[in-house]
Design a protein around this ligand. Structure first.
Ligand SMILES: [Zn+2]
Length: 188
């Protein structure tokens, strides 16, 4: 068996989310990362393969602490819960993360908005943090909005087909063969 080399290969998009903290000067540092189609491909968020979210990270480095301010601005495409056609979901939100630097810590401890990291750590990998922030920012119900007249903007063709599938129109001239059989039994 050949090992799956594709999986262990370093991906340049994933590398962008590794923020170097070792030997970095105290003070403010800025990063801009595009959460693009390649990002969504790697993140494997269910049904989400397309989008472009511009991520701006303001990192401030202190002696024993790092603060990270994330600003997310962009959109993703998700299938509509009603007609299954793609819906554009606009995203514009902020997140804040505090990283405490401590000595003699073996494994990074990650909580919702605070990480405890060994002070000798080379970099912070925020790929999963960003992935989770976007996932949590998505609305629970994805649906095409109504237009200014209050009419659904879902694909009308698909809605019609779905309607037909859930409420099949009975064909009047068709007689249930079981009834025919029953009639014959009664006669005899
Ligand atoms: Zn729809």
């Amino acid at each position: 068996m050949q090992p799956n080399l594709e999986k262990v290969k370093i991906d340049p998009k994933k590398e962008e989310f590794k923020l170097r903290i070792s030997g970095v000067e105290l003070g403010k540092h800025s990063f801009s990362i595009d959460c693009d189609n390649r990002f969504f491909e790697l993140a494997e968020i269910p049904d989400l393969q397309e989008g472009l979210v511009k991520l701006q990270i303001e990192m401030e480095v202190f002696e024993k602490m790092i603060t990270l301010d994330f600003h997310f601005d962009g959109f993703v495409m998700l299938p509509c819960d009603r007609c299954l056609e793609p819906v554009r979901i606009d995203l514009d939100f902020d997140e804040h993360l505090v990283v405490k630097l401590v000595p003699l810590l073996e494994e990074t401890q990650e909580e919702e908005d605070m990480w405890i990291v060994n002070e000798n750590e080379y970099e912070l990998d925020v790929f999963h943090y960003v992935y989770e922030a976007i996932t949590l920012a998505l609305p629970i119900r994805i649906i095409h909005p109504d237009d200014e007249n209050g009419n659904s903007t879902c694909n009308p063709e698909i809605l019609k087909k779905l309607e037909e599938l859930t409420n099949p129109v009975p064909k009047e001239d068709e007689i249930d063969p079981r009834w025919e059989a029953l009639k014959k039994i009664k006669k005899s």
